[in-house]
Design a protein around this ligand. Structure first.
Ligand code: UFG
Length: 328
């Protein structure tokens, strides 16, 4: 059986990855503590509820399945929360990953695709950002991910561990035809919150307009969840065919300010969206835009769905569907 462990497989990105792997003939085994993920989104393989911080939960999991590799997504990923409560980030993200990788070594599971983040770069010195740009995270979330990256790289030098580390930029969009999309509680991300404010006719709060950017609001690079999912599949297949050890940026390769996103949200929803500028959120870098040449060269991957209007439009379709569902 082609079992692939997907930690965090009950989450927004993880559930879409499970679907893709299932379609390709793998059996994705979701390992999730369901603190942020949803049971209903695990539809393409077994769900094993457990904690990465529990060595015992992991031991039972690895005894039960003979995994051909691991897609490691499970993590806390809220920048502002990490600034206010760093300890849970180091515990969940770093200690959880350490336990997982130790178990991989023990059970001779050699391949890992690790979900990292553009937050490892901090405030970029140049833009777009390539993978050898200095890493100087400005928040504990980014630092926890960078620590795990280092752990994986160092382990791979003395154990049979092959890796692709994917540094995500801003993920949005949905696979609404398969009823998969963002359902975070609480929601903190720009696109779903702006759609919600437009739909509910509430005021959308912009975190600061005095950044060093064209209109003063932060610039981010948005990637469609379908494109992100494809990168995981390509990375996993690459690991199985050759021993690549690689760090790869995953973004759309273009940057948009918060005001630009708001303009697109108004256009796509055909609704008004009132905004108010409040003080900066802690830990937000001015600009994060990816150079995606590495993913093109190594994985022959190019974004197909990440046109920003398509990203917002698919998020909007999902928002309307999920709203109706949660009200019924
Ligand atoms: N924003 C607002 N108002 C909101 C929500 C967001 O103005 O209500 C702004 C943020 O300040 C930021 C931009 O919209 O400038 C995007 O914010 P998101 O919360 O959607 O995304 P982040 O850029 O904070 O987070 C992403 C990834 C993280 C990654 C981080 C790097 O989700 O994994 O980029 O800073 F770590």
């Amino acid at each position: 059986m082609k079992y692939v462990l997907v930690t965090g497989g009950a989450g927004y990105i993880g559930s879409y990855i499970c679907k893709l792997f299932y379609d390709k003939g793998y059996i994705p085994v979701t390992f999730d503590n369901l603190s942020l993920g949803n049971k209903w989104s695990v539809k393409w393989g077994p769900l094993e509820v457990g904690e990465l911080c529990s060595e015992n939960d992991l031991q039972k999991l690895f005894e039960k399945y003979n995994f051909m590799g691991v897609i490691h997504l499970a993590a806390l990923s809220n920048v502002s929360e990490s600034v206010n409560n760093p300890s849970i980030y180091y515990k969940n993200n770093v200690i959880g990953s350490y336990n997982l990788i130790e178990k991989m070594i023990k059970f001779n599971v050699k391949n890992i695709v690790f979900s990292s983040t553009a937050a490892v770069y901090g405030n970029p010195i140049h833009s777009p950002i390539c993978e050898n740009h200095p890493t100087q995270p400005i928040n504990p979330y980014g630092d926890s991910k960078l620590t795990i990256e280092k752990l994986i790289c160092n382990y791979s030098k003395c154990h049979e561990l092959n890796f692709v580390i994917l540094r995500y930029f801003n993920v949005s969009g949905s696979d609404f035809s398969n009823n998969l999309g963002e359902a975070h509680l609480p929601e903190t991300h720009l696109i779903p919150l702006a759609l919600e404010a437009a739909h509910q006719n509430t005021i959308f709060k912009i975190y600061g307009d005095n950044y060093q950017t064209t209109d003063g609001t932060c610039i981010r690079d948005y990637i469609h969840v379908k494109d992100l999912g494809n990168v995981h599949l390509l990375s996993f297949e690459k690991l199985n065919s050759s021993k690549v050890n690689q760090i790869i940026n995953v973004g759309g390769g273009k940057g948009y300010t918060v005001y630009e996103i708001i303009k697109y949200v108004k256009k796509i929803t055909n609704l008004d969206l009132k905004t108010d500028v409040i003080k900066r959120r802690k830990g937000d870098p001015d600009i994060l835009v990816s150079d995606i040449s590495m993913s093109k060269n190594i994985l022959s991957w190019e974004p197909e769905y990440s046109d920003v209007e398509q990203v917002i439009s698919d998020s909007w379709e999902w928002y309307k569907y999920y709203k109706t569902l949660s009200q019924s």
